[in-house]
Design a protein around this ligand. Structure first.
Ligand SMILES: Nc1ncnc2c1ncn2[C@@H]1O[C@H](COP(=O)(O)OP(=O)(O)OP(=O)(O)O)[C@@H](O)[C@H]1O
Length: 634
């Protein structure tokens, strides 16, 4: 009979998401079952870290025992494994909340991305993190006996579940604080209740855990021909903080496992950097770049990934002051030798040491990225695809490193005619035409809109490269990035575009002549369109399109205006400048139409220019009527 089937026991349902996660996990993660141990040891280690931190202010919590440790026991006959820790433990309410619900940011995104394809979903689950629930990959029943540090022995809790729809909780006695989790293994998973097997898994996945992980010592009994457990405990991992070891003494495999522990990620990291910084502020940093984006990457208030330690004592998770926001995808550990142990978030905000750590860490991450970009371009491309948009925020956020961040940016460009963002500003400069001293770009709502922008026509004709920008953050970023390596960045959609530098004498003369010739039409258009435009002028920038709209150099681009409007922000009233292509048949035709039709033609010219540029028309129905009227005249 189950231990929980007694008085005062309560049966509660799992949150729907937990049920779903359990189902998915059992069916998707069967090929990598042994990870359950890593997850449980990782939680046990976190629980000890939390207690150590809370006990700085409240030493009574330690109940006279400050030696944290994790123990792993097994019973072959009973087919059980028990993982116990003397960490912070859980009260009844905490057990119900923590082991019955998922309250993590990104949960909604995670569930919305599931496909039903086992392999893909397994990967997603890995990214999301399975934690405690991974016990059910191998266990048909799990029982958790826990008591929060500092509470009476009678206030323990026993939690039990078969990992189906519900779980049971009941009050329980527990002499020592902390948590003991017992897995009742499924018959087919009995192999895990074995000393060799458990030791091997612990060494493989949990060697970096800084607390001792202990198992009962075992000796070979020649007579019985089996391993006999003694009462003595032995430590089976190295049990010192990985980041305190010398780089040469750490295998890549160990770095990778450590990453999985701190980042709660199944995937290997993309790259890492590990350094001891000496001097006025002393600290050790071990920082990782993940391969995949977490589910809450776009949530600027989501947890950050850097854990703060002070002299190897865990202080806090997601210490946002340790890295600038635009590097929020970085995971890792920073261990300071200077900060006080009782440091609070408020102190962190003001500390000079923290500022030094933050600057130093940002520089390290940028060096790591520069190194990847130069020496491992494939990895850098992967990085850029995943986190490029976040890094772009740095151009505006981190003035002291602006030039370095700009050097790391990658763009789609007319040069390779593909949506892949792999052109750097230096690549662009290296390909500049003779006489060209500006970096040209276009911004639009999508790659396709950017690529087909009428503003590009003359650049195509002259073979001048233009960067194609279509991410939301781009406009904002460009307002900070006006120059790179002494070259100004110029939007091809802004009025002041001076292509004179690229036109020869003959062309210039021709343009002036044409402008004179079209003066009457320009004036007529201006009069007819009135308030709808700021002005009308002849342009040399178009080849295939009859007209386009531009804004003045210092005005907000139409794309930015639209983004602000969509976000409900107030926007200035910016009127477009209509530019017409004197070589286009339609433009020639307009100069010849009857006065009665002229307004329709003029308005249509403006409207189609706006549509081509990605704008929404104020009166789309009127546009359609106008178009139909003119079509029927043919
Ligand atoms: N050994 C333990 N001692 C105390 N609390 C624990 C222990 N194991 C789990 N918990 C509590 O249960 C919560 C849920 O654990 P779970 O492993 O599902 O998720 P997590 O550790 O928060 O995140 P992840 O899924 O990324 O590992 C933990 O956040 C912690 O509060």
């Amino acid at each position: 009979m189950s231990q929980v089937e007694q008085q005062n026991a309560e049966t509660l349902g799992f949150q729907t998401e937990v049920k779903q996660l359990l189902q998915l996990m059992i069916h998707s993660l069967y090929s990598n079952k042994e990870i359950f141990l890593r997850e449980l040891v990782s939680n046990a280690s976190d629980a000890c870290d939390k207690l150590r931190f809370e006990s700085i202010d409240n030493p009574d919590l330690l109940e006279g025992d400050g030696e944290m440790r994790i123990r792993v026991e097994y019973d072959k006959e009973q087919r059980t494994i028990t993982i116990s820790d003397n960490g912070i433990g859980m009260s009844r309410d905490e057990a119900v909340k923590n082991l019955g619900t998922i309250a993590r940011s990104g949960t909604k995104e995670f569930f919305s991305q599931l496909t039903g394809d086992k392999q893909k979903d397994a990967q997603l689950i890995g990214q999301f993190g399975v934690g405690f629930y991974s016990s059910f990959i191998v266990a048909e029943k799990v029982s958790v006996l826990s008591r929060r540090a500092g509470t009476p022995e009678t206030e323990g809790v026993l939690w039990e579940s078969e990992g189906q729809g519900d779980f049971r909780v009941a009050p329980a006695e527990k002499a020592d604080r902390g948590t003991a989790i017992t897995l009742y293994l499924r018959e087919e998973d009995a192999e895990f209740a074995d000393g060799w097997r458990l030791r091997a898994i612990l060494r493989r996945y949990s060697d970096h855990i800084s607390l001792p992980i202990q198992m009962r010592k075992e000796d070979w009994d020649a007579e019985k021909q089996e391993q006999i457990k003694s009462n003595e405990w032995e430590t089976v991992n190295q049990a010192n903080a990985l980041w305190t070891r010398a780089r040469n003494d750490i295998e890549d495999e160990q770095y990778i496992e450590f990453y999985k522990h701190i980042a709660h990620d199944f995937e290997d990291p993309l790259a890492w950097t590990h350094n001891r910084v000496e001097g006025r502020t002393e600290y050790t940093q071990l920082l990782y770049i993940p391969k995949r984006a977490p589910f809450d990457l776009w949530d600027r208030d989501a947890k950050r990934g850097v854990k703060l330690y002070v002299k190897r004592v865990f202080i806090m998770d997601d210490a946002e002051q340790l890295l600038p926001n635009y590097l929020r995808f970085v995971r890792g550990v920073i261990d300071s030798a200077d900060l006080p142990l009782n440091v609070s978030r408020e102190i962190l905000q003001e500390s000079r040491d923290v500022r030094a750590i933050r600057d130093g860490s940002a520089r390290r991450v940028l060096s790591l990225l520069e190194d990847l970009a130069e020496n491992e371009p494939d990895k850098y491309t992967q990085f850029w695809q995943t986190f490029g948009q976040v890094l772009k925020e740095g151009v505006g956020e981190d003035t002291s490193n602006k030039e370095r961040i700009a050097g790391l940016l990658r763009f789609a460009s007319t040069h390779n005619d593909s949506s892949v963002q792999d052109v750097s500003l230096s690549d662009y400069i290296g390909r500049m035409k003779e006489g060209q001293d500006k970096i040209y770009y276009v911004t639009a709502d999508s790659y396709a809109a950017a690529k087909h922008s009428p503003h590009l026509e003359v650049f195509r004709k002259k073979g001048i490269e233009v960067l194609l920008l279509s991410e939301r953050v781009d406009e904002w970023m460009l307002s900070f990035l006006t120059e790179f390596d002494g070259k100004t960045l110029v939007s091809v959609a802004k009025g002041g575009l001076d292509l004179a530098e690229l036109a020869d004498e003959e062309e210039k003369q021709k343009q002036e002549k044409v402008a004179e010739e079209f003066k009457p039409l320009v004036e007529r258009l201006e009069k007819t369109l009135g308030e709808k435009v700021k002005s009308v002028r002849v342009t040399g920038r178009l080849v295939d399109s009859p007209a386009c709209v531009v804004v003045d150099e210092h005005e907000m681009s139409p794309h930015l205006l639209r983004m602000l409007q969509a976000a409900g922000q107030p926007t200035p009233d910016v009127k477009p400048i209509l530019e017409i292509n004197p070589d286009h048949q339609l433009v020639r035709r307009i100069s010849e139409v009857d006065e009665a039709d002229f307004e329709d033609w003029a308005t249509l010219l403006l409207e189609q220019a706006m549509l081509a540029e990605g704008a929404l028309l104020d009166e789309p129905a009127a546009f359609v009527q106008r178009l139909n009227r003119l079509l029927l005249q043919q």
